[in-house]
Design a protein around this ligand. Structure first.
Ligand code: MN
Length: 232
């Protein structure tokens, strides 16, 4: 017996290319407005000085290939296609070289968003949790080890809904690159192996409906897929 009063929630695990063991997820950080064209479509200014963040709880993770119910509390459920970085080493107050070396791997992910609730939060200067951190809102595909992927930059990042392209950019369009984000975030947290960072979405975010099939790709990574089911 563990000594707990009831069985604790399981640690979420993400499959890794070439491994039988799963990558155990600790925390989930997300970067806001990290592509200029997306910031513009949201009517927001870009802060080129420093990235900003919100978080999702590990309970929000869902594996690629799932069918998720159209979530409660929203009438404007949006897709955000993102590169996810998985850390493999502790990082605290690190420079960019140490930050880069701490990357375990990369995956395609979706930062699913209740946009109407996020918009209300922005307008009322409230936290974004209701819009961002809810069950099955952090979709992740199989991880690819960093050495097998290479350096993020020239790879194309694309999201299609029912076969029609909605988001299409390159990772080099990111305002704050992967190593820079990790380095900056490590000034505020003792980052650790198991921490995921969703690195922001390109322009073209939009609403999805029950029955929609989403597919997101980044060159060199396993695609992320999600089907939207009926409202829960
Ligand atoms: Mn996002």
């Amino acid at each position: 017996m563990s000594g707990f009063l009831f069985e604790p929630a399981a640690v979420p695990g993400v499959p890794v290319r070439g491994e039988t063991g799963l990558y155990p997820v600790g925390r989930i950080f997300c970067v806001g407005r990290n592509y200029a064209a997306h910031a513009a479509e949201m009517g927001a200014e870009v802060d080129r000085e420093a990235p900003f963040y919100f978080t999702k709880t590990p309970a929000s993770l869902v594996a690629s290939g799932a069918t998720v119910p159209y979530p409660s509390g929203t009438a404007n459920y949006h897709h955000e296609m993102e590169l996810v970085v998985a850390l493999g080493a502790p990082v605290f107050r690190a420079g960019v070289d140490e930050a880069r070396a701490a990357v375990y791997g990369y995956a395609c992910g979706l930062d699913m968003t209740r946009r109407d609730l996020q918009d209300v939060a922005k307008e009322k200067r409230r936290p974004w949790d209701l819009g961002k951190d809810f069950e099955r809102s952090a979709v992740i595909a199989e991880l690819t080890p960093a050495a097998a992927f290479g350096t993020p930059g020239p790879q194309r990042i694309v999201l299609s809904v029912n076969g029609a392209v909605r988001q299409d950019a390159h990772l080099s369009d990111m305002i704050h690159g992967v190593a820079e984000v990790i380095s900056h975030l490590s000034g505020y947290y003792h980052l650790a192996a198991g921490d995921l960072i969703y690195t922001g979405t390109p322009a073209g975010v939009g609403a999805v409906s029950a029955g929609d099939r989403l597919e997101g790709t980044i060159d060199g990574l396993a695609p992320v897929r999600l089907t939207i089911g009926p409202a829960e």
